[in-house]
Design a protein around this ligand. Sequence first.
Ligand SMILES: Nc1nc2c(ncn2[C@@H]2O[C@H](COP(=O)(O)OP(=O)(O)OP(=O)(O)O)[C@@H](O)[C@H]2O)c(=O)[nH]1
Ligand SMILES: Nc1nc2c(ncn2[C@@H]2O[C@H](COP(=O)(O)OP(=O)(O)OP(=O)(O)O)[C@@H](O)[C@H]2O)c(=O)[nH]1
Ligand SMILES: [Mg+2]
Ligand SMILES: [Mg+2]
Ligand SMILES: [Zn+2]
Ligand SMILES: [Zn+2]
Lengths: 212, 212
Amino acid sequence: GELLAANRRQAEANRARLDAHGILTINLMSSPGSGKTALLEATIRTLPAGLRIAVIEGDLETENDAERIRALGVTAHQITTGTACHLDAHLVALGLDQLDLDAIDILFIENVGNLVCPASFDLGHHRNVTLLSVTEGDDKPAKYPVMFRAADLMLITKSDLLPHLPEFSPTRAETHLRRLARDAEVITVSAKGGDGIPLWHEWLARERRHYH
Amino acid sequence: GELLAANRRQAEANRARLDAHGILTINLMSSPGSGKTALLEATIRTLPAGLRIAVIEGDLETENDAERIRALGVTAHQITTGTACHLDAHLVALGLDQLDLDAIDILFIENVGNLVCPASFDLGHHRNVTLLSVTEGDDKPAKYPVMFRAADLMLITKSDLLPHLPEFSPTRAETHLRRLARDAEVITVSAKGGDGIPLWHEWLARERRHYH
Ligand SMILES: Nc1nc2c(ncn2[C@@H]2O[C@H](COP(=O)(O)OP(=O)(O)OP(=O)(O)O)[C@@H](O)[C@H]2O)c(=O)[nH]1
Ligand SMILES: Nc1nc2c(ncn2[C@@H]2O[C@H](COP(=O)(O)OP(=O)(O)OP(=O)(O)O)[C@@H](O)[C@H]2O)c(=O)[nH]1
Ligand SMILES: [Mg+2]
Ligand SMILES: [Mg+2]
Ligand SMILES: [Zn+2]
Ligand SMILES: [Zn+2]
């Protein structure tokens, strides 16, 4: 309805602003606790020389996640939504006002932990990255299809725990994704052990070349 | 507004119907994959003699969870919401029509995996049980307060994984819950190993005596 139409207009304005500054913008989505912030921490620890990033964090309450990012020396702006279970383009526009857009190559937006609503709100970003942790079960792409249909990349996270979770099959998770007629890439990572993080950096580099 | 008022009226009608049959009704909520269905499977495997249960499952798509319950010989009705990220009293009323209410002592409603919206919709149930898995992080009660404020019981799940997750502290999780001025009980369980399941059965028995 009117709400989504207004959001779309604001998202287009956000994207134009981001494009004018040559910023690749990634919308990170997942269930609560799937490892979005941990992935950003692992990304920062292995950041290629000269790559400048910033983060917009979305949560109902607390500055916890922005503080974790700032502790590693990277700019992070925290949006607290109060009760909304997803970010929208208007909240992100206010966040952009708080950042020096001339000093950023990649902007990460860590959305509110929710495997449904966030997929429906364009923020003005370029790519949707959906995280699925091995601890949640490999059936989630089938049970929460709205989110996984929207994914440009699916990251299977916490792979260091796989030896303790014999019932999780990365192949089954990918099969469920494919059944949604999605040809999104899939990368398996561990923010703790570092597995797959180089592939994640390669994907980001490819996307930067594609968008700017 | 009007939507929540209509939901409240339907919830009262549902609760009157459930009370007339002496049924204790539990609303199980959590993030996707925190172990709601696994908890129900463990509950069924250790069901006290003579206790009759049924399950209403809520998901966007698939019959997966209801099939897991039916595979253990317990009645389960699956609600598929399509896009809604939470159950409401109207959907539950339709589910009640599919059950033999004279054959049930405890009805479990497994809500859609979402740590925000489901807490705001009364289904006509008696108690809210919120699951927090050790794999999600102990900060969730602080970051998703709407859900944890509504909890009558918090179950910390997948405790068998604790040896592999040194950064999760059950004490910190409980402290975050208490800071919300909530005196809800906390029980730590493992659906896989069976730890804590007897305490969960004891809590259910106490609640049945309290309500009927
Ligand atoms: N073993 C293991 N644990 C991880 C990994 N990544 C994250 N975790 C743990 O998972 C929990 C949640 O991680 P977060 O980074 O806070 O997850 P999040 O998705 O940002 O959570 P929200 O923002 O609250 O939705 C924490 O206890 C982390 O330590 C990983 O690669 N391996
Ligand atoms: N180690 C361990 N794994 C568990 C436990 N309980 C559940 N799991 C695993 O966690 C994953 C998700 O479990 P489910 O029971 O499907 O979780 P759920 O909350 O019902 O998921 P949704 O209904 O999709 O939101 C599965 O891979 C389970 O095997 C447990 O006690 N210990
Ligand atoms: Mg986070
Ligand atoms: Mg389930
Ligand atoms: Zn929402
Ligand atoms: Zn909702």
